[in-house]
Write a protein that binds this ligand. Structure first.
Ligand code: HEC
Length: 147
């Protein structure tokens, strides 16, 4: 009974949709056009993550590395205009943005190494570090709907 008590008290936390809880994310204001741009690049980030996972599953480590570097890594910064959008971000958000690009570039190296060593577990660990940055930023910030 005692072992059941704790899980049962925590249950409502698990089943309540996130929106029912207080939204503690910091709102970030930027012009509508920038928001559109940022959301589009976010959707491409998600697409890239899926493509990376599929490439890893197929043992195509070089392809996984290339997608990560080009779409999420340091190389992607100019491509998706991150430096321009970053001007509207609070400092902590910028730092998470930088962290994800670094994590993606690190993953790209790990994936390239996995092409030689076959160490999928290590590559997946590197990818998890990328995803953690997506989660960290989403937990802390939201876009303020523009008028
Ligand atoms: C630097 C902060 C930051 C990072 C890092 C980040 N995001 Fe986002 N993302 C946001 C914000 C802010 C929004 C808008 C949330 C809101 O207010 O609706 C968003 C929205 C999104 C959306 C919804 C897009 C839409 O059309 O509305 C997707 C999908 C998304 N992010 C995927 C990702 C993925 C995948 C990653 C990691 C590879 C990632 N994001 C990393 C800040 C970030």
């Amino acid at each position: 009974m005692r072992t059941l008590a704790l899980p049962l008290t925590l249950l409502p936390l698990l089943v309540l949709p996130a929106s029912a809880a207080e939204d503690s994310r910091q709102p970030v204001a930027m012009p509508a056009m920038m928001q559109e741009h940022m959301r589009a690049s976010m959707r491409d980030h998600l697409l890239a993550l899926g493509e990376i996972q599929a490439a890893l599953a197929a043992g195509q480590y070089d392809a996984a590395a290339e997608i990560a570097e080009r779409r999420l890594g340091m190389t992607s910064l100019d491509a998706h205009g991150a430096r321009h959008v970053a001007g509207f971000m609070p400092e902590g958000m910028q730092a998470t943005g930088t962290a994800i690009h670094h994590a993606a570039s690190r993953f790209a190296v790990t994936a390239q190494e996995a092409a030689v060593t076959g160490d999928l577990a290590r590559a997946l660990g590197g990818l998890a570090e990328v995803t953690q940055q997506c989660v960290a930023c989403h937990a802390a910030y939201r876009l303020l709907p523009s008028p």
